[in-house]
Design a protein around this ligand. Structure first.
Ligand code: ATP
Length: 358
């Protein structure tokens, strides 16, 4: 089989203070985001925060009200969609039903007046890239959802764009296909070196595939960083709460240290005034203490539920003040509903916020 042809270097993509308004309300509020050539960035955030609007603005499907968008340093304000050197895949399978797989993939080349022979060659190459060349003669309705999305990916890449935009491309697929296809997308993206922006509301998906994750909230980027940075050092309570699983616990902040149920944890937010705060504690930062190791100051509670997650278990415990916390532990430890248990915090907190914060 022919080897993958590198599409050339991915482009630098810049959104600079982009504003987009819909009848007076701001979907993008001076959003700034830069993608380095070949970088895979996930745009993560809750429903309605503006992810799709950001992507569509970058693609040229929406006009923007202020700010600028640059691809390789060139302002694309007046560049139409088909000249932005961008390939796109959406959540809904967007294949033409009356065309075969091969014709679907060839379509973009036909629009660019590529001759029939080269068209065929490049479309077959693109289908090989997504391992679907054997289904070239099928029609879209004869494919599974995952196969349709792979065709959509081949179709987006066949014109050799320098930027790839993916808008929730996996959310209509079942869990297993979702995971295998996201790994395939990442592999192809790495091989091609194409700059990629991947919109998702699924934090696990974002952390799993991206070089960097940009967490969006209400039209702005709340924090951007590697998956590790976001998980270990979230800059705000919103990020701590949205990325990964966090327990919210009441604490008392004094000179940079949060005291939570007797444990001293570092505070992330240096601007917070001393006083009552919420601390966000990961389930892996709480441990069960056996009766022989018990100390005064341990937290006591009752097991509320437990779930087996394959390589680990997560058990929720109702504390004496009625807070419920989730504790992660090994599969060999087992707790039953109603068990009396003692817990201890390991001394790591990921963030803290004023107690009044939602
Ligand atoms: P989701 O994950 O639910 O798709 P999202 O983060 O992609 O959400 P957007 O679709 O970008 O969010 O929407 C951002 C905001 O802009 C929302 O408040 C939405 O209601 C509004 N909006 C989006 N498109 C339009 C439109 N065509 N007309 C009016 N308002 C719009």
């Amino acid at each position: 089989a022919p080897t993958l042809e590198r599409l050339g270097e991915g482009a630098t993509v810049e959104l600079i203070s982009v504003v987009k308004e819909y009848s007076g309300s701001r979907a993008l509020n001076e959003l700034s985001l830069t993608l380095a050539p070949g970088e895979f960035v996930a745009l993560l955030g809750p429903s309605g925060c503006g992810k799709t609007t950001a992507l569509r603005s970058l693609a040229g499907l929406e006009s923007i009200d202020a700010g600028s968008i640059r691809i390789d340093g060139r302002d694309v304000a007046t560049t139409p969609v088909n000249r932005r050197d961008i390939g796109m895949v959406f959540q809904q399978y967007s294949l033409f039903p009356h065309m075969t797989v091969l014709q679907n993939v060839e379509f973009g080349l036909q629009m660019r007046r590529v001759d029939a022979a080269s068209r065929r060659l490049r479309a077959v190459e693109a289908l090989e890239m997504v391992s679907l060349d054997h289904l070239a003669a099928r029609y879209a309705h004869q494919l599974s959802g995952g196969q349709q999305q792979r065709v959509a990916l081949a179709r987006a890449l066949v014109t050799r764009p320098r930027v790839l935009l993916l808008d929730e491309p996996l959310s209509a697929l079942d869990a297993k296909v979702r995971v295998s296809l996201r790994e395939e997308i990442r592999r192809i993206q790495t091989e091609l070196g194409i700059t990629t922006l991947f919109v998702t509301h699924d934090q696990e998906e974002a952390l799993a595939v991206a070089d960097r994750v940009a967490v969006m909230r209400a039209g702005e980027i709340e924090q951007i960083g590697t998956p590790e940075e976001l998980y270990l050092t979230p800059a705000t309570a919103f990020v701590a709460d949205f990325v990964g699983v966090s327990n919210r616990m009441r604490g008392e902040l004094r000179s940079g240290t949060v005291t939570v149920r007797g444990a001293q944890l570092p505070s992330i937010d240096p601007t917070l005034p001393d006083g009552p705060v919420q601390a966000f504690v990961r389930p892996e930062d709480i441990v069960f203490v056996s009766a022989v190791d018990a100390r005064p100051g341990d937290i006591h509670g009752t097991v509320a539920s437990t779930s087996f997650l394959g390589s680990l278990r997560r058990t929720t415990v109702r504390l004496d003040d009625d807070t419920i916390v989730s504790v992660q532990h090994g599969v060999e430890q087992q707790y039953l509903f109603g068990d009396s248990v003692a817990l201890r915090l390991t001394g790591r907190a990921v963030a803290s916020a004023p107690e009044t914060a939602a």
